[in-house]
Design a protein around this ligand. Sequence first.
Ligand code: FE2
Length: 343
Amino acid sequence: MKRLTYFSTVLATLLTSLSVTATADDKVLNLYSARHYATDEALYNNFTQKTGIQIKRLEMSDQALLERLASEGARSPADVVLLVDAARLSKAEEQGLFQPIQSELLTQNIPTQYQGNKGMWFGFSSRNRVILYNKDRVDPKLVSNYEDLAKPALKGQVCTRSGSHPYMLSLMSALIAHHGEAKAQQWAEGMVANMARDPKGGDTDQIRAVASGECGVALSNSYYWVRLLRSDKPEDKAVVEKVGYIWPNQDSYGTHVNISGGAVAANAPNQAGAIQFLEYLVSPEAQKYFANGNNEFPVVQGVKTGNAELESLGSFKEDKTPIKTLADNTNLSQKIMDRANYK
Ligand SMILES: [Fe+2]
């Protein structure tokens, strides 16, 4: 069975390398993407219309994408790499999978906190880690900060996805940055002590469990909530009825932010086209497509998404900790989660 899986992997790699061959053709751009939103199609078509550059897209999970880039090495046909989560971007940078680029357009339009070192990667949309609570069971005043979730008052009420998931590790990295390692660990231990159930499922599952009353309060990325807000399904409308939304830590350092971002691959055959594509991503129309596809926030100031539900969340104070600091803390975050037995 193992052998079979191995051969099918080799076959798949061969087939894809036949269709995506390394080429110096400047009218073709090879895009490796961990994004998979239907609206991204419009984003790519629009770029092709403007530039005449065809996009050949390969979509995979973040993990598979990074492994593939590493195994292809210098022969990789990849020009642009799109990933979700700063820690993954940072890891890819460390592994030498990206090349530094110089672009005033990018450095000036993207807030510095969303940029990697020396133009190694850039964030193009942002997502926030927010608190959702059951309106019948929990007083919102008790859960206005991440720190509140670990207090004894919330015993038996807290639900989250796995502590090893990048979204939880990224939040932990922010807590380390604000409070130091010892207090961050106390937080993780307090969270574990307060769990309504062992961590399981994705963020939407936590929100549903809050609505059903199995959990009193949960953490989720903002776009999962907006997705529910935009849903026409009666079961989603029922969830939205029961649940309240909080931007955490508005009276202190602000709500935790992560990004979806991109970079130029280390061995990009079409380096100029790759930079052109990243620069296209900061144009207002591309920002609208890129962010809106997943109900995220554009990183460029003043871009209107036209997404009423997203806009309805209002303005809020964001944690300004540089994304690269969060990425640098990731290994320690995992250690703390393990020590706290955060499953
Ligand atoms: Fe997600």
